[in-house]
Design a protein around this ligand. Structure first.
Ligand code: CP
Length: 312
């Protein structure tokens, strides 16, 4: 299993075989994580630092669990209590931590491109845990693993990504990954949230859920990213839910075995009906969370193998 990358900064740098290598290794960790003894020592002796400059539940918790289950020494930097608050720059912070010889740095930052910049200044492997509107590669990989397990394949599927595409790094990483794996992608939402230039990714664009959802295999809903909006993108949440919120009536237009996904955090009653989100016959939202730990274990193991072979 060859993975010739020093960092995991975005899906755009990965080939089809890189993606398959991560997913295949992650499958083995799905099994490990379901056992009562979940420990392995593939990262033993290595130091992992998690730096989250933006809030997170799923990504931070799963990177921490992933590192601990693989035997790494894991440190979560409390960025709100760090010297960033005294005016220290991102790069000076990164170089300071780099001097303590970490092996894996997991970084989430509100600015697109900040994680790439940081990766140029440190000696260790950097994993992008989400940067601005740019990329969230491990989210797209965990989504891909969830789809592959539910559908038995990750190619030639019809996949709808619905809602606030414009502000979503999850949508961007998924568009790139699912396109590389030769799927048909539909983007559905109001033109303010799905601008026409997204057609450049090879996707079809719809502003009508009933038209866009017809016969799709996968429905991926997105959160309205209010924190990244600087104006009025929707008339009201009530009208948005009426037109673009996923409920059973709209889902009935998709294939009868279509799965429902959401990267979280969810706004129930805004982009998705709460009962549908909890329906274990259609929704794979909890599986996505489970796959997140396995995918992050696999990604860190593959990067650590390269670090070790460089050092040998
Ligand atoms: N999907 C996702 O990135 O969730 P968190 O913001 O909780 O990490």
């Amino acid at each position: 299993m060859r993975f010739a990358h020093r960092h995991l900064l975005g899906i755009e740098h990965l080939s089809q075989s890189d993606i398959t290598a991560i997913l295949d290794l992650a499958e083995t960790y799905v099994e490990l994580n379901r056992q009562s003894a979940k420990h392995s020592d593939v990262l033993a002796g290595l130091t992992q630092i998690n730096m989250f400059f933006e809030n997170s539940t799923r990504t931070q918790a799963s990177f921490e669990l992933a590192g601990k289950r693989l035997g790494a020494d894991v440190m979560n930097m409390a960025m709100q209590a760090s010297s960033i608050k005294k005016g220290e720059t991102l790069i000076d912070t990164a170089m300071t931590l780099n001097a303590m010889h970490p092996d894996l740095l997991v970084v989430r930052h509100p600015q697109s491109g900040a994680v790439d910049l940081l990766a140029q200044k440190v000696n260790c492997a950097v994993l992008n845990a989400g940067d601005g509107r740019h990329e969230h590669p491990t989210q797209a990989l965990l989504d891909a693993l969830t789809i592959r397990r539910a559908k038995g394949r990750l190619h030639r599927l019809s996949i709808a990504i619905c809602g606030d595409v414009a502000h979503s790094r999850v949508a961007r990483s998924n568009l790139i990954l699912l396109g590389k794996m030769e799927n048909r992608i539909r983007l559905i939402g109001p033109p303010t949230l799905v601008p026409p230039h997204f057609r450049e990714f090879g996707a079809e664009v719809f502003d009508d859920m009933r038209e866009g959802l017809r016969d799709v295999d996968v429905v991926m809903m997105l959160r309205l990213q209010r924190e990244r909006m600087d104006g009025g993108f929707i008339p009201s949440e009530r009208e948005y839910y009426h037109r673009f919120g996923l409920d059973n009536e709209k889902l009935a237009l998709a294939r009868p075995d279509a799965i429902v996904m959401h990267p979280g955090p969810m706004n129930r009653g805004v982009e998705i009906d709460g009962t549908l989100a909890d329906d274990i016959n259609r929704s794979v939202i909890q599986e996505q969370v489970e796959m997140g730990v396995a995918v992050r274990m696999a990604a860190m193991e593959l990067l650590a193998r390269n670090l070790r072979s460089e050092a040998a």
